[in-house]
Design a protein around this ligand. Structure first.
Ligand SMILES: [Zn+2]
Length: 145
């Protein structure tokens, strides 16, 4: 049987995160369309990615806190070559480091904008991509002027 090189990409080809015991509350939050971050109960520092101890004071005391979902583009690149088949018709896309108002940085996509109009410092807000019953991805779009 000849190999079909023009196979249409399916949702199974899409790389998705696997929630673990530390990140599960984060993914439960995005499912509710809420951005929640761990906040240290001893020094008040927000942290992302989810992890057991505060990177500032090493405390394990933490609470999940709903945040604004607003931030700015700290850095970005425009991806032209799809690195997985699912992205074949999604490029060009913006892969960005978003600095949230709470001070943490998160890698995500900036959408609903011409990729070439994205700039460092662009004000953005979170949007939610409901991928399936388990995963909702937080993404970002420019804040309307
Ligand atoms: Zn701390």
């Amino acid at each position: 049987m000849p190999m079909d090189l023009e196979v249409v990409a399916t949702s199974q080809d899409r790389p998705l995160p696997t929630p673990n015991s530390f990140s599960k509350p984060f993914w439960e939050g995005t499912k509710r369309h809420e951005l929640v971050l761990q906040k240290c109960l001893d020094c008040g520092t927000f942290r992302y990615y989810p992890r057991p101890r505060c990177p500032q004071c090493l405390s394990a005391n933490t609470e999940w806190t709903k945040v604004s979902g607003h931030g700015t583009v700290y850095s970005y690149t425009i991806v032209h070559r799809p690195l997985a088949r699912w992205f074949k018709d999604k490029v060009p896309l913006v892969c960005a480091v978003i600095e949230l108002d709470e001070g943490v940085r998160m890698v995500s996509n900036v959408e609903n904008v011409d990729p070439y109009a994205v700039t460092i410092g662009l004000p953005v807000r979170v949007i939610y991509d409901d991928v399936n019953d388990e995963i909702t991805l937080p993404k970002f779009e420019p804040v309307p002027a």
